[in-house]
Write a protein that binds this ligand. Structure first.
Ligand code: HEM
Length: 223
């Protein structure tokens, strides 16, 4: 099927959502693994940040790819939602949500909130325009360990990330379920198991991320 027709068809759009969602998921897993190096102390996470920046030209290719995947995911996600809303113009007195979950029905909202979180997160840790002042190390890179530690010792930042990771959990738990459906792995026997698997993956990822602000806030990660 030509690309133009694929984009125009509902199945094609779902396919784009699945592929771009999978790329974003890959980033989230890699980012979590990198972030967990905070538990190895300043040397762990700062060395990790340094290695990443040494990959500089390649890092930009990767960042641009990620941005394109993100843009397409938001674009097709918004179109799919608008189409769904248009297809159901009648407001029923008693809403029946057959086989639909709260996470599924709120994908557009959790997606938009996650977009806001990413803007906030980039301003916080990448551009360092908000949050405590950061020490700059000899090589010109920030002291990522102290930057994260000092931020999450403040209740406001710890809470903001806790809320954002809860939203991430909801978004991912449905994201996987629909990824499996798009790939056709959704017969009556497999579906309940795939839904459980989706939730388990989302719980594991969200728990990994949440552990960082929570353990830091309660003083369990020290300099
Ligand atoms: C506790 C949770 C998190 C922590 C501690 C954390 C930490 C960081 C840090 C320190 C950086 C800056 C890296 C650098 O410039 O050297 C960063 C960048 C970034 N984070 Fe996170 N992050 C968290 C959660 C997330 C989540 C859930 C997402 C996405 C949904 C995310 C998306 C990003 C993106 C897109 C960047 C920019 C990457 C780049 O510049 O190449 N982060 N994060």
């Amino acid at each position: 099927m030509p690309l133009k027709d694929l984009i125009r068809s509902a199945v094609g759009r779902k396919l784009f959502m699945a592929i771009t969602g999978f790329i974003l998921f890959g980033f989230v897993v890699a980012h979590l693994l990198g972030n967990l190096s905070i538990y190895l102390g300043a040397n762990g996470i700062n060395a990790y940040a340094e290695h990443l920046h040494q990959l500089e030209p390649l890092l930009w290719v990767f960042r641009i790819g990620l941005l394109v995947a993100f843009g397409l995911h938001v674009f097709f996600g918004s179109i799919l939602t608008l189409e769904n809303w248009k297809a159901r113009p009648i407001v029923y007195k008693r809403k029946k949500h057959q086989r639909s979950t709260l996470a599924g029905r709120t994908m557009i909202y959790t997606g938009l909130l996650l977009t806001l979180f990413i803007v906030f997160h980039l301003l916080h840790f990448t551009f360092r325009l908000i949050g405590p002042e950061t020490e700059i190390l000899a090589g010109g890179l920030p002291n990522v360990f102290l930057m994260v530690l000092e931020s999450f010792r403040q209740v406001g930042f710890a809470l903001a990330y806790l809320v954002a990771m809860t939203i991430l959990f909801f978004h991912l738990s449905h994201g996987f379920a629909s990824l499996f459906q798009t790939t056709g792995l959704n017969n009556d026997v497999a579906l309940p198991w795939l839904e459980r698997l989706s939730r388990a993956i989302a719980v594991a990822l969200a728990a990994g991320f949440v552990s960082i602000p929570v353990l830091i806030f309660f003083g369990l990660v020290i300099k």
